[in-house]
Design a protein around this ligand. Structure first.
Ligand code: ZN
Length: 54
């Protein structure tokens, strides 16, 4: 059975929360992540809200 895992990220630029599908657990050391934001359509810092495994 394949598990669906994702992170809830909050973009610090536009303030929107969105899902990033990942296949690895969240590193607790990470407080923020520099990643492409689909709303801003550019790279921005994101706050990591939580790691979800369904
Ligand atoms: Zn954004």
């Amino acid at each position: 059975m394949i598990k669906l895992t994702y992170w809830i990220l909050k973009c610090k630029s536009c303030g929107k929360e969105w899902k990033l599908l990942v296949s690895y657990p969240l590193d607790k050391e990470f407080q923020q992540l520099y990643h492409y934001c689909p709303h801003c359509k550019k790279n921005a810092f994101h706050e990591i809200i939580k790691y979800v495994e369904e």
